[in-house]
Each structure stands twice: as structure tokens, then as C-alpha cells.
Design a binder for this molecule. Sequence first.
Ligand code: HMG
Length: 448
Amino acid sequence: MTTVGIDAIEIRTGKLKLDLPNTFAPEKGDDPEKYTKGLGLQDSSFPDVYEDIVTMGANAAKQLMDRKGLSPSEIGRIDVATESAFDHSKPVSTYIAGCLEQVYDGDFRHANKGERKFACVAGTQAIDDAYNWIRAGRNRGRAALVICTDTALYARGDPGEATQGAGAVAMLIDEDPDLVALSDDQGYGSMDETDFLKPNQQFPSVDGKRSMQVYLARMREALEDYESVAGKIELDDFQYAPFHTPFPGMVRKAALLAYRHVIRDTEREEELAEEIGRQPREDEYEDREAYEEAIREHMDELKDTEQYQTWYAKTVEPTLELSSKVGNWYTGSVHVARVSALRDAVEKDLDFAGETLLVGSYGSGAQAEIHTETVQDGWREEVEALDIDEQLAARYDLTWSEYEDVHDVHEYDEDVGHEMIEQFTTPSEEFVFTGWGRMNERQYDYVE
Ligand code: HMG
């Protein structure tokens, strides 16, 4: 059977940045290390006044089509994953296709377009849809474009404000991919939860602490479900573990739990037992409370062992590099983590084709998904083609009052139009938002 997976990726960050330790923390009266060490964040990305989910998504898609030399007729499907949509009926993919049709010969008339929603896991679900469409043989030799695009903004003053971000990831899903092939096996952990939701409102209602517990619980279930079909996971089975990264500190917690789970009943647990004892087993304790207390103590010790720290530094930390500079991109976040991992492999000059990634996606509400990916022969060329370093270096560094203005411009209920404040950067060779049309549709132009 031919392999199906991600043939190419392009990333587009919002062009503004908010420096968390130096600009955000002083305004909040917080120790800057709460952000850098606690949450693991340096900067958040924000859209300039002429950017939004459509421009960032269309710009990423154009970059991808240009680099791969694609024309619209070679794309049979465009799915956008977002939780920042501004229309309950017309999908963002139609806006993005409309943008692309301004600059390419031909059109996407015969492409199936849609929008996927399940909080941050929707991007991975859109990849699944494309995978199934290709595997079913319904693609007529064409590839699918999956675009994850979000302006992940929180209400001013919400604890989530520190974890904001904005950006898009465009991915080409195809047969015989150049980057990674997707496993058939998948695991899910999915339950009806109300930890983070947006009931007809732009900014989320969030129970932050609970959302972290739900993330960990659903991830554990997804891992167990994955193992039930693929067999028990061993630490050496995968080189990196890119996970959904709302902020790096969240993945730090998930990694410790995952490590404890994976080494249980293995030689590694026995090796560690000499230093910190075996992992507590529930049947050894009188009640749940005593067991949980023992687990907490064990985890504290496990975290400081050399074995754990070496594994974490090699397998997880490199996946967090971009996220610490851009914040949460919701649907794009796990795909940014994958790119971070692959960039690390380039930097370390690893012989990486054939190696495995363990990918953990998550969306509030809530659902986690785990699968593996096999790195393909063309991976290095794909990763070296990314220009994310240049984009990050070119971001405009917002002052606090500029940040307040930008937040207002992007808040749909605020009466601050995009034309009311000066743009901070100058658009060039990209799609820009120009205003609203007769039916309240958003309108876009390509700027040379
Ligand atoms: P908070 O309550 O302001 O922060 O908000 P905190 O007081 O819990 O501090 C954060 C960490 O910094 C803690 O680390 C502190 O100890 C540490 P921990 O104890 O948890 O390991 N800290 C310091 N470290 C060093 N030096 C210092 C210092 N001070 C404190 N001086 C919260 C945190 C995550 C709740 C908030 O940012 C929030 O509500 N975020 C939004 C929700 C979220 O991201 N949840 C994550 C899981 S849900 C998810 O991933 C889905 C999502 O992406 C949406 C979707 O799916 O669509 C969000």
C-alpha cells in the first residue's frame, strides 16, 4: 500500500510580537520568570491590523504552492481548521481559495472545501480526513491542502492572556510524501468537558487549572488506546514527541506523566528503583488519597533523575522551541511542535529518514489523539526551505499601549476598525485584509 502523509509544510506567524518577561510581566506586576520559567514562554505573536486568519492562512498556502510548483487544479480538497472563524456559514477555506485565485491561473472550482472544528485538535482531524480521502481512492491523483489558522486571543485580564498567539500552518497531504508518513494506528481519549469553550463568543470561557487536568487525562487515555492497537510503546521507539503546546509548561507536565507510564514494568523502572524506588501501585495503598500523595512524591523525584532529564532534553524540549517564541496557535500548535522537532534534527545533522515521531494532539471540550509518523527521505530539504527564522526576526516588538490597541482592533465587539490605527509593518507580496463588503463579508487584496 502506498504511504500517505505530509508532503510539505509552511508556517506564517503574525507580524507583531509581545515580549512577555519585559513588556507583559511589568504591567501585570509579575516576576518575569513566571512566564519564562513557569509557563516557558518568551513572546506571543499577534496579527498586524491588516492580518487575520484568512491572510495568514492564504499567505502560508501560497508560500507552499509556490515552493512545490503547484497549480489549483492539482489540489482536490481544502480544509481549514480554526476556532477563530468569523462566519457561522461560509467557511474560511472559501475565503482562502478566493485569495489564491487572485494570483494563480485557474481556480479551485472542483475542490471540496470545508472547515473543521474541535478546538485545537481540528487540524489533526483535517489531516485525517485528507488521509482517508486519499486512501479511499477518491482524490483523482490530487493532493489536499490543510490549513490551521487562528488568532488565539483571550479577554484582557484573563489568566490565559499570557498564552495568546497568532499564526497559520499550511500542509500538503499527499501520497508518497516528502516529509512524514502517517501511521494507520491511532488512539483517542474523548469526553464531554466544559473546561474551555466559546459559546457564540469570540474569546474563550476558560477554567485554566481544570483545562490542564483534562488535557493530561485525555492524553493518557489516547496513549492507552493507541497502545491497545499498536502494542506497548517503548522509549526507544520514537526520537521526538511533538505534543499540542498551549504553553511549554503544559507539555513539561504531560512528558513526565508519559515517561512514568511508558517505563512502568520495564527494565528502566528497575534501574531507577535503586535511586527513587518503584512507582507506587494503587493496590499497595489503603485509599486513593494515600496513593495519589505517593504518586506526587514519586513524580517529584522522577523529574530530577538524570535518566528522565536526559530523555526530556533529547525528546521533548526541542519540540517547544518555536512555541516559546510564538505562543499558542490553537489548531496549528501541534504542527508547530513537529516543525520544531524536525528543525532540531537538522541542527544536530541527524540521519533521520525512517525515524519515528510520537505525535499527541489535543482539543478542549475535549479530545486527545495519538499517532506516529515516519520521517521520509525528503525531510531535510523540506525543513531547510522554511523561512520562519526570518519571519520571527522581522516581527515588530509592541509596547504595552500598542498591544492594547492591537487587541481592540482584533476584538470583533470593539468599535475600533482596522483603519483607525496605523499598521506597524508594511505588507509586501502578500494578502491583506481591506475591509467589509456589502453583505458584511471580509475582503482581501494581494499587495505586490
Ligand atoms: P496562572 O494561574 O496565571 O499561572 O495561569 P500560575 O500561577 O499557575 O503559574 C504558572 C506556572 O508558573 C506555575 O507552574 C507556577 O508555579 C509557575 P506549575 O506550578 O504549574 O508547574 N511560576 C513561576 N515559576 C518560576 N518563577 C516564578 C513563578 N511564578 C509562577 N516567579 C494558566 C496559568 C495555564 C491557568 C493560564 O495561563 C490559562 O488559563 N491558560 C489558558 C488555558 C490553557 O492554556 N490550558 C492548557 C490546557 S487546555 C489546552 O491545551 C487547550 C487550548 O489550547 C484550547 C483548545 O484546545 O482550543 C487552551
